[in-house]
Design a protein around this ligand. Structure first.
Ligand code: ADP
Ligand code: MG
Length: 498
């Protein structure tokens, strides 16, 4: 790979003295901004940008206004059983995992001909990711409705940049995109905890404590077995504990033998008692339901039934199967292809529906004619090909798209979509990225901005009308995907200029 002159200089001259970098890395570990190593007993700091990006206040305010509207729409679509089942059926035929989710959905809600009442109350904790395209302005990359993490790290990134600004003002001024810009507040961790605690309170107040069970509000986080992103999760748990909520962590595997039904159709966790909120940080990929020890004839049956069982109780749930379906890439495409008028079907005013439409980037379904058009007429760099996968590594870019399309079987088409590729502004000044304690000067950083929202039972549950806070992940423009875990993504924060 070609190294820019600035990057080279940085390596040769050690742009920042190692003590500064060491101290910021230590700050990160000390404040839980870390990822667990595979040895299970040590951790590394989360990669980060030494100084924040800058954006126009007007753009940021616009995103803060429109994201709760999007959330409101997704919240309504999530509960629209007939629409979910009819609009996603062909995608579910093409994608086996979504096929399974659709079966679970029908178990929970029945069908249009024979509907059932699902007892759970939906707690929508969503992160809507945007890129601010140079020409078209800010547009949605995707909705994350299940296991939308990193909100706590988003708040910490602000705090870390604030620490930089106070401790090393000269360095900060040198590396921030606009020295005069003002940090954009970010109380994401606090607001998410507030939203969850509010939901827990509501469930406890409405359904009470079954006889003989402990009375403390209880939050159950469903986790993956070998999760390495545990500190982001623990930060949320600690914030909940501070609000008087008891927190417990279990895998689907553990839950398959630890859940039962209590008085008043309450969800009971063995040795703990009634659960008020279930929060899934697992379940967005097929492998989360795979239990090899069970030697199941019908793969993934037991653990997917555990998820269905949860939704059949008086408990707050994030994410419900409905929310997961409503935040799929295909639903994003379907909503994008609708007119503003059609979006008003879910109770949005025409004005809000128009605003919502203005932030949705074009998406196209895959079929033989679309492939022929793409190969013949499309500007390849203007598109991204994606399937229903979550968590990075599922997108195909530029010249690789035609080969991928050619390799798809026609029965796979409905699992894929083309999306207009966004090209955000590159940062105007080079800044320093720190990964594993090593610094690199990056002169072409671009950012993906995720806005968190929290709705419970269809209503906003934050102090900011549903908006909770944000997460910024930046990456060199030449990298396609900007995951923090994988890829070249680094944690960042926002400063605002007028
Ligand atoms: P995932 O569910 O895997 O996170 P995303 O849709 O977020 O799927 O895609 C992963 C990454 O690919 C994004 O974080 C972004 O860096 C890049 N990407 C996806 N769609 C686009 C797009 N339309 N324009 C530019 N980059 C994109
Ligand atoms: Mg993403």
């Amino acid at each position: 790979m070609k190294t820019s002159i600035l990057e080279k200089q940085c390596v040769e001259e050690q742009y920042l003295n190692t003590q500064t970098v060491d101290e910021v890395c230590e700050w990160q570990i000390m404040h839980g901004v870390a990822i667990k190593n595979s040895d299970g007993t040590t951790a590394r700091h989360c990669p980060f940008s030494i100084a924040p990006m800058t954006m126009k206040r007007r753009v940021f305010e616009h995103l803060k206004t429109v994201t709760p509207m999007l959330t409101n729409l997704i919240s309504k679509v999530s509960e629209d059983m007939p629409f979910l089942q009819s609009s996603l059926s062909s995608m579910a035929n093409a994608d086996p995992f979504f096929g399974r989710l659709m079966k679970m959905h029908a178990q929970i809600h029945g069908t249009e001909a024979a509907p059932k009442t699902a007892l759970r109350k939906p707690l929508l904790l969503m992160r809507t990711d945007f890129m601010d395209d140079r020409q078209q302005g800010a547009k949605v990359i995707e909705f994350n409705g299940i296991a939308a993490g990193m909100g706590p790290f988003g708040q910490r990134a602000n705090e870390m940049h604030d620490y930089m600004r106070r401790q090393w003002p000269e360095i900060y001024r040198d590396l921030v995109e606009s020295p005069a810009a003002i940090p954009a507040d970010n109380a994401c961790l606090e607001q998410l905890a507030h939203g969850i605690a509010t939901a827990a309170q509501d469930i406890r107040a409405t359904y009470g404590t079954p006889t003989g069970q402990q009375e403390q509000r209880t939050f159950l986080m469903v986790v993956q077995k070998h999760e390495d992103n545990v500190y982001d999760q623990h930060l949320l748990e600690v914030a909940l504990q501070q609000r008087g909520v008891r927190t417990v962590r279990r895998t689907f595997d553990q839950l398959s033998s630890q859940l039962s039904t209590g008085e008043n159709q309450r969800l009971i966790l063995k040795d703990i008692g009634a659960v008020d909120v279930v929060y899934l940080r697992a379940g967005y990929q097929y492998s989360d339901y795979f239990a090899p020890e069970l030697r199941e004839a019908n793969c993934c049956h037991t653990l997917s039934q555990t998820r269905v069982f949860i939704e059949q109780h008086n408990v707050a749930v994030n994410a419900t199967v409905g929310q997961q379906l409503a935040t799929s890439k295909t639903m994003q495409m379907i909503l994008t292809m609708m007119t503003a008028q059609e979006l008003t079907h879910w109770g949005l005013s025409e004005e809000n529906a128009t605003l919502v439409k203005s932030v949705l980037a074009d998406m196209l379904p895959i079929h033989a004619e679309a492939i022929a058009w793409f190969n013949r007429d499309a500007e390849k760099r203007e598109w991204v090909l994606k399937n229903q996968g979550e968590g990075g590594g599922h997108c195909v870019f530029g010249d690789d798209i035609s080969a991928k399309l050619a390799a798809l079987k026609s029965e796979d088409y409905d699992a894929w979509a083309l999306m207009q590729r966004l090209y955000p502004h590159e940062r105007e000044r080079p800044t320093i990225a720190v990964r594993n304690g090593e610094q690199t000067l990056v002169d072409d950083l671009v950012s993906e901005i995720g806005l968190f929202t929290a709705y419970f039972d269809g209503k906003p549950v934050t102090d900011f009308e549903g908006y909770a806070g944000y997460l910024v992940r930046s990456k060199p423009a030449k990298e396609n995907e900007g995951g923090i875990h994988s890829g070249k993504g680094i944690l960042d924060s926002i400063t605002l200029i007028d």
